[in-house]
Ligand binder design. Structure first.
Ligand SMILES: NC(=O)c1ccc[n+]([C@@H]2O[C@H](COP(=O)([O-])OP(=O)(O)OC[C@H]3O[C@@H](n4cnc5c(N)ncnc54)[C@H](O)[C@@H]3O)[C@@H](O)[C@H]2O)c1
Ligand SMILES: N[C@@H](CCO)C(=O)O
Ligand code: NA
Length: 430
């Protein structure tokens, strides 16, 4: 083994992911040490309650509530507590002292990534966070290293396991939204506050991280247009199936003129599209690059052990560099591109409108679409009877239109006396 006598590891957090990392660092310590070329030693696990029951019980003497003292005694810090504070302060404490850090904290990285990367670059420490996006799937290292010589034009995919699990259950078993969410929480996929998952914020954090690496710029979650899945109903799911689609929460980061458009929204995906067959908490990410063409990354996007695999990969990689010596390689943000707004984004749409079932209503709606330059591809009407009044549900799929034209169209349609409700406006992936 090398002249580095040992690498002392501090683990912050022992929840779904942290406890699996503790297990791997304990059970695989010898194998990991061989791969790194130096003995590794887990010196402590910072938790809030040292007596709490955990998925994996490490040596009881390792648990401590004094995270700061643990960080100060370590060579490498693995942060798996989540949230902004005190995670941010603790990571900065480590980086400023030249200690390398592994984190899976996408919420923090998508908000304060520039500050953290700056602290790492200043002290020469390394900051790695493969676990932050798409769980076990290697996607950040490919973007950062393997594709560093190419020009990425688009990254698109399913980047949140919880919402994919919920939508998949709604499609395949007819499960209710709330039941599927509870199961995703039980299985360890969801964030501590699952609002982050279902409102799309978790996928938006990931999209900001991915876009920053893919386009060599600094983006934060504030640069991401974000819609979650809370408004998706069983009716939307059934209507999508009737038209030959499934609903997926997609994250898209793409070159848009001189900038980058970054968005997260529910999307209708044709049933024969590869993304339609991404089930459960699996994720899939497509990357398009000028020379590589189209690449697809697929695998478990959430869960304790799969995510711990990505954490350990980062840990081995940065520990090898510690053994070799020299500073970490900073991220490049030379391109300095800006995020673009939504108004010029072009795609197809599926809309659901509840109308009074009267002569001329359909023709009037079709006319409004045409007047706004939004061409209708298909239109389907079904009867809906509630109480005295006869209603119809109109489902329209449009040809490609700009986001602004579609919004203007829907505003005019919504104002019609004969329109009861616009139940959904969902983008359609070609
Ligand atoms: N669960 C997943 O599938 C998954 C996947 C990728 C990334 N992540 C990320 O990994 C991190 C951990 O996720 P998780 O699912 O293990 O969460 P979790 O809620 O199961 O575990 C977090 C643990 O950290 C502890 N903790 C919180 N604040 C603390 C503090 N100040 N000091 C000490 N301990 C504290 C909590 O008590 C809890 O035990 C989060 O940033 C999450 O976004 C999770
Ligand atoms: N809550 C996240 C964990 C993985 O990042 C998800 O469901 O995808
Ligand atoms: Na990953």
């Amino acid at each position: 083994m090398s002249s580095v006598p040992s690498i002392k590891v501090a683990l912050l957090g022992a929840g779904n992911v942290g406890s699996q990392v503790a297990r791997m660092l304990t059970e695989d310590a010898q194998v990991l040490s061989e791969r790194i070329g130096a003995q590794i030693e887990l010196i402590g696990i910072a938790v809030r309650d040292t007596s709490a029951k955990r998925h994996y019980s490490a040596n009881p003497s390792l648990y401590t509530t004094d995270a700061e003292a643990l960080i100060d005694a370590a060579d490498v810090v693995i942060e798996l507590t989540g949230g902004i504070e005190p995670a941010r302060e603790r990571i900065l404490r480590a980086l400023k002292a030249g200690k390398s850090v592994v984190s899976g904290n996408k919420a923090l990285l998508a908000k304060h990534g520039v500050e953290l990367a700056g602290a790492a670059a200043k002290s020469g420490a390394q900051l790695s966070y493969e676990a932050a996006v798409a769980g076990a799937i290697p996607i950040l290292r490919p973007l950062r290293d393997s594709l560093a010589g190419d020009r990425v034009t688009r990254v698109l995919g399913i980047m949140n396991g919880t919402t994919n699990y919920i939508l998949d259950q709604m499609h395949t078993t007819g499960a209710q939204f709330e039941d599927a969410l509870a199961e995703a929480q039980r299985l360890g996929y969801a964030e501590a506050d699952p609002t982050a998952d279902v409102e799309g914020h978790d996928a938006a954090s990931k999209a900001a991280i991915v876009a920053s690496l893919a386009f060599h710029s600094d983006f934060t979650i504030d640069d991401v247009h974000c819609e979650g899945i809370t408004s998706i109903t069983a009716d939307d799911v059934q209507a999508a199936e009737a038209d030959g689609y499934v609903i997926k929460l997609l994250a898209v980061c793409e070159r848009d003129g001189d900038g980058v458009n970054i968005r997260v929204n529910p999307t209708l995906v044709p049933v024969d599209h590869p993304l339609a067959n991404v089930h459960g908490a699996f994720n899939a990410v497509f990357v398009q690059a000028d020379n590589a063409g189209e690449l697809m990354f697929y695998g478990p996007g959430a869960g304790g052990a799969p995510t711990a695999s990505a954490v350990l990969g980062d840990f081995v990689s940065l520990s090898r560099r510690l053994v070799l010596g020299g500073p970490g390689v900073p991220e490049s943000s030379y391109a300095d591109l800006s995020a673009t707004g939504m108004s010029d984004v072009v795609c197809r749409y599926s809309v659901g409108i509840v109308v009074e079932d009267k002569l001329g209503v359909l023709a009037n709606i079709a006319r409004i679409f045409a007047e706004h330059g939004v061409s209708i591809e298909t239109m389907r009407q079904t009867k809906k009877r509630d109480g005295e009044t006869a209603h119809a549900i109109i489902r329209i799929v449009t040809h490609r239109a700009t986001d602004s034209n579609l919004r203007k169209t829907m505003a005019v349609v919504d104002a019609l006396d004969t329109v009861n409700e616009i139940t959904s406006v969902i983008r359609v992936e070609d």
